[in-house]
Design a protein around this ligand. Structure first.
Ligand code: LMR
Length: 398
């Protein structure tokens, strides 16, 4: 019955993380998956999140199905986090938000929605992007293309080529953009570049689809929302999927949201209705528990404040690891410029290492990174950063 089914080829990120868990070497180093580890190499339980969970559990009560669109308190808190409570788009009710199963769940609901209601549209993603972006949009039946983004020569952005490509796209093309902390490269547009990009998106009537999975890991919670807020202010209609997996260290709770910023409250109601229809046909309604933890952290003033401090410390630790990696590599490989580790933002950096070098690092030194050369800088800590840099230097020296 099932002989015709080919074996699963594995996932470039999740399967690698599984291989790491099976590796018996005691000094192995995991820079593969996008998870924040603390300086002791553990996934942190944030104090604000722990307290919020205790409050949710203490409240008790029955566990009915949530509404299809998710919990109202979480949906409102998400809008305020993304856009600011006073943003005109929030106040005028022209944003349709659903609670989603992680931001992946939100991305896929949005992709299904687009496949139904924007039939002629194709999707454009950055070259490169998170592998699962392509899979999700293709899985929804959409054609996925790329626009120029990462410049291997500089470790920066091919901004002029990116703009030129976007200028040439048919109207209503879907343009997937990383709102901050680009995955996999760590290369983000500057504010000035967003300010140049947004009028092009508006004038060409393109439909931006923002992925905001790392809010708070770039330059701060507010700063990382710059693109979302500027797009909403400019009157652009767009999608934004956001995640709490990393920013609250609640990966397995699968908590995120999908918001669609619309021209009017009337259109937002139409969009919300069809997003509900899409959710109902997929998984009916989202789970309660994680969403209520997140809503409690966001809305309880004391917990909110301590969450911001905790997240700030995580961001600072990543920056410290960037500096240390840069310093050791620069000392060990004098002819090569590693400044991109300092300018790239968030959990990820593109090391510029080839597939063969990545394989040698894993096989010979037990350092795991995605074969594209992406490292999760948040997997570095004061006990392994030196060893990582030494191993990378050895492999780069050939
Ligand atoms: C990553 O890029 O490593 C994370 O977003 C985890 C995932 O689901 O791929």
């Amino acid at each position: 019955m099932f002989e015709h089914i080919p074996p699963f080829a594995g996932d470039p990120i999740l399967s690698l993380n599984e291989d790491f868990q099976k590796d018996p070497r005691p000094n192995k180093i995991n820079l593969s998956i996008g998870i924040y580890f603390d300086d002791a190499g553990r996934i942190p339980v944030m104090d604000s999140v722990k307290q919020a969970e205790q409050m949710v559990v203490a409240k008790g009560g029955p566990k009915p199905y949530l509404p299809i669109e998710g919990a109202a308190n979480l949906r409102a808190a998400v809008q305020q986090l993304l856009f600011g409570a006073d943003h005109e788009a929030v106040r005028s009710g022209r944003i349709a938000t659903i609670q989603s199963v992680g931001s992946s769940g939100g991305l896929k609901i949005g992709a299904d929605f687009i496949a139904t209601w924007f039939k002629g549209s194709q999707v454009w993603v950055s070259d490169p992007t998170w592998d699962n972006h392509r899979s999700m949009f293709e899985g929804a039946g959409l054609t996925v293309n790329t626009y120029p983004y990462y410049d291997p020569a500089t470790g920066g952005l091919k901004f002029a080529q990116m703009l030129a490509t976007l200028r040439g796209l048919p109207s209503r093309s879907i343009v997937l953009l990383h709102a901050c902390c680009h995955n996999p490269t760590g290369v983000d547009p500057t504010r000035a570049q967003w300010d140049e990009l947004i009028p092009v998106l508006r004038e060409r009537q393109l439909i931006p689809y923002l992925d905001l999975a790392y809010q708070g890991f770039g330059d701060g919670i507010e700063a990382d929302a710059y693109a979302a807020r500027a797009l909403a202010t400019a009157g652009v209609s767009f999608f934004i999927a956001n995640s709490f997996s990393k920013s609250m260290s609640v990966y397995g709770e699968r908590c995120g949201a999908l918001s669609v910023v619309c021209p009017s409250a009337r259109e937002a109601a139409l969009v919300l209705g069809q997003m509900k229809f899409t959710v109902r046909r997929n998984y009916s309604s989202p789970p309660i528990h994680g969403g209520q933890i997140v809503a409690t952290v966001l809305t309880d003033p004391a917990l909110r404040q301590s969450w911001e401090v905790e997240l700030g410390a995580m961001r600072e630790r990543i920056l410290a690891m960037r500096k240390k990696l840069h310093a050791v590599l620069s000392a060990k490989v004098p002819g090569r410029n590693f400044d991109y580790f300092l300018t790239q933002r968030g959990m990820f950096s593109y090391t510029g290492m080839t597939i063969a070098q990545v394989d040698t690092l894993r096989e010979t030194h037990g350092v795991y990174m995605v074969r594209s050369g992406r490292i999760c800088v948040a997997g570095l800590n004061s006990s392994n950063v030196e060893a990582t840099a030494v191993a990378m230097a050895a492999v780069l020296a050939g």
